[in-house]
Write a protein that binds this ligand. Sequence first.
Ligand code: ATP
Ligand code: MG
Length: 307
Amino acid sequence: MVALSLQRLGKRFAQNTILNDINLDIASGEFIVLVGPSGCGKSTLLRILAGLEHADDGQVILNGRSINRLPPRERNIALVFQDYALYPHKTVYDNLAFGLSIRGTPKAEIAEKVTAVAEMLQLTPLLQRKPAALSGGQRQRVAIGRALVREAQLFLFDEPLSNLDAKLRTEMRMEIKRLHQRLGKTMVYVTHDQVEAMTLADRIAVINHGRIEQLGTPAQIYQTPATLFVAGFMGAPPMNLLRLPVQWSVDQAHAYIAGQVIAVQHLAAQQGQSLTLAYAQNISPSATRQITTQQMTTQPTITAQTP
Ligand SMILES: Nc1ncnc2c1ncn2[C@@H]1O[C@H](COP(=O)(O)OP(=O)(O)OP(=O)(O)O)[C@@H](O)[C@H]1O
Ligand SMILES: [Mg+2]
């Protein structure tokens, strides 16, 4: 069942188009990861979903209902902000409790939920501190906790682990994965971290210049990137992109570098064109001076020199 549907979403700031024709259907309980270079519009998209920005074009449909005109507090969506946005004068406990207390949740229930979330996020010793007395990583965990105590129908995370050290990051990633499995809630998660994207996502949307370049499972994105941008952006280490002039026309060919097959699908090019090979193997730069292609149909082996 489609929980969240983004239909032809567009956003401009002044003359600049920030989001352009974003179409995305997210299934109930799905974990969608948005990746893309800095400034491509990821946070803006989350802010539109949360109701903190208005879309200039298109619709956001949540559970079959357009929510374009619904104010943020009526959306039942929890957002973890990239810059935390904690209340500076409230303690960690009160920051965590705030979303529940404004909804009139009984005190005992608040205490139970805050205690459980604080324990999970290793915040228990910090509950009486104020945000100014916390490290960046601790503030980030409070921001995550504030979203988690609420029983929202949609969770939005904007790079929630970016300020944590490697060990805590791995732990928190597993915690978020478990949490998603336990709650079964729909989640949209922005990250720059490829490991996070590959391990958390049911599907990844790769965004570039305000458009979705490719939407697919981690395996689809990794193994069959739809564009050169996706091929260059995803994968650690990143894929090698090798541009070379074509000296002989080839059709249905394999490409080899130093005897290793690097491209097996429909490699076809005409003499005089240039061709970009994308390959993941770690091959020494000197070996890439000799690119060999072998026709799959006929058998002659031909060689191209890279520039
Ligand atoms: N209120 C605003 N007014 C004008 N321009 C804005 C505003 N908010 C964002 N932008 C611009 O919109 C573009 C997208 O910003 P956004 O914050 O969505 O990027 P992002 O993909 O989240 O980047 P990052 O990975 O660095 O967080 C940027 O060029 C940014 O400068
Ligand atoms: Mg951002």
